[in-house]
Write a protein that binds this ligand. Structure first.
Ligand code: PDD
Length: 290
């Protein structure tokens, strides 16, 4: 595999950045994870828009235009002969003397890593995955806004460590007000029955979460399918009484959940319907882009 660094494609074994890079020293930088299907990067414009938003929220000037970024991604996919790929684009503050001041770094470091997309085990979709509600709270949005897709992932990593200790696949984090927020790398949805009517629930953005691109698509598809939706503030007890739960992100799409803490769920009709609609939406996107 070749890795794109700044403006060059470098063999993986030689792809290196400085120990003085502020991404390494301080987690000072941003990233996006994308997925390509049959050579087409799904929701590329949306990912690039979010990348620019993250950059602007940390006052990082990206030296490449959106067009140049797209071209670099396509060049990397081509160099690695990849059609169905995992794509990670990272931009750090760059190389500079030790010290927090961003002005110490002359220019950002721009890296694209790609890999063959490896499907998740089929059982994850058939049976679901296990989650815990972590004791680690999501970063306070007034401290580190979770809408910045930053390189500083310790908050999420601490929650993930707890999940692994409890043999769970993923951890859901609550915010400082004990409202449900999101997973370590995903958004969460669940279905509550109200007077026998199913309501698709998900934490609202003001709970301090990343506005997942997959989350937005799921909300649109749910609307199109006439589902009742509630974006709001929820407690962990709400998820415990849900009839189904699923998590979403760019690589997993829609993944059902069979357990949260000690509460069990079936893979439900809503997750199944939305995942089929999601796949159809991907197909339509690819057709439009060909
Ligand atoms: N993670 N919340 C968090 C904290 C995330 O890191 C992600 C994405 C999401 C879902 O966003 P999207 O639907 O746009 O992928 C929500 C990516 C996949 C990652 O960390 O690699």
């Amino acid at each position: 595999m070749h890795v794109y660094i700044n403006s060059s494609l470098i063999p993986e074994s030689e792809a290196k950045i400085s120990v003085f890079d502020h991404g390494f020293l301080y987690g000072d930088g941003i990233y996006e994870t994308m997925r390509s299907y049959e050579g087409i990067v799904f929701m590329l414009d949306e990912h690039i828009r979010r990348l620019h938003r993250s950059a602007s929220l940390i006052q990082l000037a990206i030296s490449k235009s959106s067009k140049e970024i797209k071209s670099a991604i396509h060049k990397t996919l081509k160099a690695n002969s990849l059609k169905n790929a995992y794509i990670r684009l990272t931009i750090s503050r760059g190389f500079g003397k030790i010290g927090l001041d961003p002005a110490l770094c002359e220019k950002p470091t721009f890296v694209i890593v790609t890999n063959e997309f490896k499907d998740y085990p089929g059982s994850f979709y058939k049976k679901g995955v296990k989650l815990i509600i972590s004791s680690v709270k999501r970063n306070l949005k007034e401290a580190i806004n979770p809408q910045i897709k930053s390189l500083n992932f310790l908050n999420n990593i601490l929650a993930k460590i707890e999940a692994k200790k409890k043999n769970a696949y993923e951890a859901l984090m609550l915010n400082s007000q004990s409202h449900l927020a999101e997973g370590t790398i995903c958004n969460v949805f669940f279905v509550l029955k109200k007077k026998n009517k199913a309501v698709l629930c998900t934490p609202s953005l003001d709970c301090g979460i990343l506005d997942g691109i997959t989350r937005n698509i799921v909300l649109e598809l749910a609307k199109k399918n006439g589902m009742a939706i509630k974006e709001g503030k929820f407690k962990k007890e709400d998820i415990y009484r849900a009839s189904e739960v699923f998590i979403t992100n760019t690589t997993m799409e829609i993944m059902p959940v069979y357990k949260v803490d000690s509460v069990s769920y079936q893979v439900g009709a809503v997750a199944k319907l939305l995942h089929e609609a999601y796949k159809e939406n991907v197909r339509a996107y690819l057709e439009k882009k060909v």
